[in-house]
Ligand binder design. Sequence first.
Ligand code: SAH
Ligand code: SF4
Length: 424
Amino acid sequence: NEHDSENIAGMLVRCGYTKADCKETADFILFNTCCVREHAELRTFGNVGFVKELKQKNPRLILGVCGCMMQQKQVAKKLFDRFPFVDMVFGTHELKNFPLLLEQVFNNRRILRVDDSAGEVIEGLPAEREPGFSTFVNIMYGCDNFCTYCIVPYVRGRERSRSPENIIAEVRQVVNDGYIEVTLLGQNVNSYNYDGVHFPELLKRVNDEVRGLKRLRFMTSHPKDLSDELIDAMASLDKVCKHIHLPVQSGSDRMLEKMNRKYTVAGYLERIEKIREIVPEAAITTDIIAGFCSETEEDHRATLELMQKVRFDSAFMFQYSQRPGTKAARHFPDDVPPEVKTRRLNEIIELQSAISLERNRECVGQTYEVLIEGTSKRDSGSLFGRTSSNKVCVFPALGHRPGEYVKINVESCTSATLLGNIVE
Ligand code: SAH
Ligand code: SF4
């Protein structure tokens, strides 16, 4: 979704717009929404309602709402009907038509456009990227996995891979523009397939063919498709960072089956062992859902046990929330009481932060190469950056600048950050 925003900003710049300092001085405001987790709908309706008065002050102001929440037809329609001052509402598959939609708005038409079909991959959209040294490049769109809790396949459509040539051209372009770290993005990068070119081969080509690129990351790997070739690629390719995000979701086989994840706890642990054998220094991070349909205390404890076995470096942790139209919403009652979900999530978060702290303590005394990304928010005399394993590191600037690589000796840590000093 964030990269969609960058594409829309790119198209707006081509239409002659420049970035406003704040919403009060803007002539165009577009809300890009997400529906993957949480009940963000209320908040979106609130935020949109809130800008009505800006429209009254500035009649030239154009208001729009887009993103995957608007790809749900009934939600888009409800918003369009409720807020007559909103000029354009469109779904995720409409991005390519954005300039045309905008033209129609200029011709005094209100637009509601939600197309069911994702169609082919669209190439060549401009992008106004967030300034910095690290950016994202999509290698595929959509998802075919249909995990029973997940709305992504419904709002992003079927899996489509971009050609290696187009991906490499875009990586070259962003490197030309000054970025030195690129994260290749897909819902399941391990199922990337373009005319028989699979992900490890793509990774090798980007690694070898883009001069000036310093670091290469990728996200997300689905455990069911994590191949030995990918693990070998991570070990052998010089620019590929030693970090793998491998969402496990649950530590209970019964839950994994019900989620349609297509692996077992034993299978997952076998993949973890393989990663640790081939790339021992790799950080492993994950996603966990607490309180999925019919989850018992025993299932929950199995998740805590798995976390203790794997000792993830960090994790994104969520409470299950029912998403309309998914198999879980249609067939499984959302029967774990909210207070139980919250309690289980808190237990998961607490355990993970203890493990993250232990993991970070293991880094104290070690030296890591860090790409400086910016000035520390808390202390203007300090900089922050990331290690290859994606850990955030904060250290005194000593005349160094964002965009440089430095070696940092880690001297202390919290569960979220490594603290140290530049050694060279
Ligand atoms: N394609 C990635 C994940 C994309 S969504 C994968 O399969 O790993 C990112 C994360 O959001 C998921 O890993 C899951 O943990 C969480 N998530 C998705 N749907 C959810 C829901 N209905 N409730 C709670 N968390 C959810
Ligand atoms: Fe959703 Fe599963 Fe696809 Fe990830 S793999 S996007 S969780 S359906």
